[in-house]
Design a protein around this ligand. Structure first.
Ligand code: TXA
Ligand code: MG
Length: 344
């Protein structure tokens, strides 16, 4: 198949992309978080194509993307006031809410769950595509399953050129890590995945938040989890990733002492001079944490190279989007963290 390239700047793009969605095809769409691999979320056959193109396990549900918060009543029931409050505060934006699903949502989309994740993305062209298609777009991150997510159209084409109907190129994604996911189906709101909206921001609106254990620890493959995606290997390059925490000086001392030919260092721009001779790669500035979230997946893709043995990674501390960067890096490292302060 020839993958049609559509620029987000071309005025005809929304209509062309919406037609493909309506006819059951696959279109990669830009969002503020990462590129999604989109299809008509109400069409079981179209949704199946997403799973096949990504090589995604079918027990891992998809998020429905809507053009407007008002649409969620069509796909969800028993919507708590908290959902409206969160939508008011953060939509369009990098927040997904898990709510009880109506029967209008196919089981293929929800992977058989009675709940569905809904999100209104902060990308005007993508919202226009959804509006014109007249259906919600189901879209996981567009990467091949298990690989680092796609934050540019080039990443998407690398993974899917010739395998999907079209891609809408909207440039590099601003946030760079996937949306924050909050489950609102229980008594207390539960954070299932950190993302562009920090936990502190959620607490400001909700007054309460439980952090699911899948966020902070490795989950067994056969465990029963609230967010099925959290138990799968994720974001990881082919090489082993090890996080080295601690002060700049102690971390550099540890890495220099253990560095071997074929290893790489993934660090902050400010630290580049400390890693002469260690093939350092910067993914952004520690002093501007949003550059780290925006650059993380592109860097992990560069490091996804069979010639690299081990990657020593530096991870930001703190809340907000830094909390999401920590989560993605820890997952890429399978929670292998060395405290350089304790090693010294
Ligand atoms: O930012 C994002 O959320 C991107 C863009 C494209 O919107 N999408 C994304 O989708 O990251 P995906 O499929 O890569 O990750 C969605 C995660 C998975 O871990 C999945 O298990 C979880 O959300 N999820 C989806 N529906 C769920 C539900 N009903 N209950 C619990 N977890 C759910
Ligand atoms: Mg994903």
């Amino acid at each position: 198949m020839n993958t049609l390239y559509l620029s987000a700047e071309d005025a005809r793009t929304p209509e062309i992309a919406a037609e493909i969605v309506k006819s059951g095809g696959l279109v990669a769409i830009p969002t503020e978080t990462v590129y999604g691999l989109g299809a008509n979320g109400l069409d079981e056959n179209a949704v199946l194509k997403i799973f096949e193109a990504k090589g995604r396990p079918q027990d891992n549900p998809l998020i429905l993307h809507v053009a407007d918060a008002g649409e969620i009543v069509k796909f969800c029931h028993d919507i708590p006031q908290a959902a409206y409050d969160l939508a008011q505060a953060f939509w369009p934006g990098p927040l997904t809410m898990v709510l009880p699903a109506k029967d209008t949502v196919p089981k293929r989309t929800t992977a058989g769950l009675s709940t569905v994740g809904v999100r209104c993305p902060d990308n005007a062209v993508t919202r226009e595509i959804i509006r014109l298609a007249g259906v919600p777009i189901a879209a996981p991150s567009a990467n091949i399953s298990g690989k680092p997510s796609t934050t540019t159209a080039q990443h998407v084409l690398h993974d899917h050129d010739g395998n999907i109907d079209a891609i809408v190129d909207g440039g590099a994604c601003r946030v760079g890590v996937e949306s924050t996911i909050v489950d609102l189906t229980e008594e207390r709101p539960r954070l299932l995945r950190p993302g562009g909206i920090g936990p502190e921001q959620l607490v400001e609106v909700l007054g309460d938040l439980i952090v699911d254990k899948a966020v902070t620890a490795q989950i067994d493959h056969d465990a029963v989890v609230k967010a099925p995606g959290m138990k799968y290997k994720h974001y990881a390059p082919q090489s082993e990733v090890v996080i080295v925490s601690g002060s700049r000086e102690k971390a550099a001392a540890y890495i220099h002492a253990h560095f071997e030919p074929g290893d790489r260092v993934l660090c902050f721009e400010e630290e580049l001079p400390l890693y002469d001779g260690c093939a350092p790669l910067s993914y952004g500035q520690e002093s501007h944490v949003e550059t780290l979230s925006a650059g993380l997946f592109a860097a992990l893709r560069i490091l996804d190279d069979p010639g690299i043995h081990r990657v020593y990674a530096r991870c930001p501390v703190g809340g907000g989007v830094a909390y999401a960067v920590q989560n993605r890096l820890k997952k890429a490292a399978a929670f292998h963290i060395i405290d350089a302060e304790a090693e010294a």
